[in-house]
Design a protein around this ligand. Structure first.
Ligand SMILES: Cc1cc2nc3c(=O)[nH]c(=O)nc-3n(C[C@H](O)[C@H](O)[C@H](O)COP(=O)(O)O)c2cc1C
Length: 317
């Protein structure tokens, strides 16, 4: 996720079992071949870990653009640098991206989805699988299946479907039952995405979409153990209890330790606030901590605030 999940976040989220693979933030391709440093910045795992997180979970490199030739050239370049899988982003709803004809804007014309996937596929050959991520459409859902078919015809090895149109942004609800309509008509694996925050959401998306596999976005930040809890439930049928504050504080501390070695402290503080902000939607202790730390700008003071015992509120009976 752009601006949110970088290599350090991927490393921490995959320490615990649960994820099968991860994806980089998108690399935006306009019309020329990007220098290697751009790929290495978005995916440092290429240089050090054969496109895997330190725990050995694959990192797929994501490209976003609208020029099939330029995307193909950059995909080739990424593979030469060690990428083991290329994901094409046809889902980004950002106005600046769409104005420049990238992300979800291609969903208005499925033939462009197909020619893009085809071009990238031809460029990288069999050694590097190409996958695609779509929404249900741009402003309506009428072309959803055509877009899915276009990705399949172009040679995508799997399709992630975020169950909203571009115009729906991130507004609930996600239309999980629409993913089922695509899944039933496609031969490639379809992976369901959108609004999976809790284990209960996984049960519901699984029954409505018919997909066994899901992609977690914001839910993985809101509860960094969500993938583990889903995997545990898949394997045992047992529902693990919600992630406690102590575990959340530990991951934020570990994140700070990794980020402070490469980024200025004020940026680390704002990244920590961003992550805690995601956590607070699900967890009342995270919400309290967020409110009490939101104006703190010093990193050590912020980390002390995560550690500090909060006085228990007295409840009058
Ligand atoms: C801040 C932000 C950045 C995102 N960046 C990307 C991205 O770079 N590539 C991508 O495929 N999806 C990106 N997404 C979309 C998510 O991957 C996901 O499809 C969407 O948030 C719905 O899933 P969720 O409800 O689990 O978050 C981004 C979403 C957000 C909120």
């Amino acid at each position: 996720m752009e601006g949110v999940i970088d290599a350090n976040t991927r490393a921490l989220l995959t320490e615990c079992p649960g994820f099968d693979w991860t994806v980089t933030e998108f690399i935006r391709v306009i019309d020329h071949r990007l220098p290697p440093r751009v790929f290495l910045k978005h995916c440092p795992e290429l240089a050090t870990q054969q496109a895997k997180t330190p725990s050995g979970i694959a990192v797929h490199l994501q490209l976003l653009g609208s020029d099939p030739h330029a995307l193909a050239e950059n995909a080739r370049q990424a593979c030469d640098l060690g990428a083991t899988s290329i994901d094409l982003n046809f889902g980004c709803p950002a106005k600046t991206v769409n104005r420049h004809d990238g992300g979800a804007s291609l969903l208005r014309d499925p033939s462009r989805v197909e020619s893009t996937v085809t071009a990238v596929n031809r460029a990288v050959g069999d050694t590097c699988p190409v996958t695609a991520k779509i929404r249900l459409g741009f402003s309506h859902r009428r072309l959803a299946l055509d877009c899915g078919r276009a990705a399949e015809n172009g040679g995508a090895k799997h399709l992630v479907v975020h169950a909203r149109t571009r115009d729906e942004g991130y507004r609930p609800p996600a239309h999980w039952e629409w993913i089922d309509r695509l899944r039933r008509h496609l031969d490639i694996p379809v992976i369901a995405n959108g609004d999976i925050w809790r284990l209960e959401d996984y049960w519901r998306i699984r029954s409505l979409s018919g997909c066994r596999d899901v992609m977690l976005g914001r839910g993985a930040l809101a509860d960094p153990w969500l993938a583990y809890r889903i995997r545990h439930w898949q394997q045992t049928g047992e529902q693990l209890s919600p992630t406690p504050w102590s575990a959340r504080a530990n991951i934020l501390n570990a994140y700070a330790a990794l980020q402070r070695s490469i980024l200025p402290e004020r940026i680390v503080v704002s990244l920590l606030k961003q992550w805690l902000n995601h956590m607070r939607s699900l967890d009342s202790e995270s919400a309290h901590r967020f409110m009490s730390l939101r104006r703190v700008t010093q990193l050590d003071a912020f980390l002390d605030g995560l550690k500090k015992e909060r006085r228990q509120q007295r409840v009058a009976l």
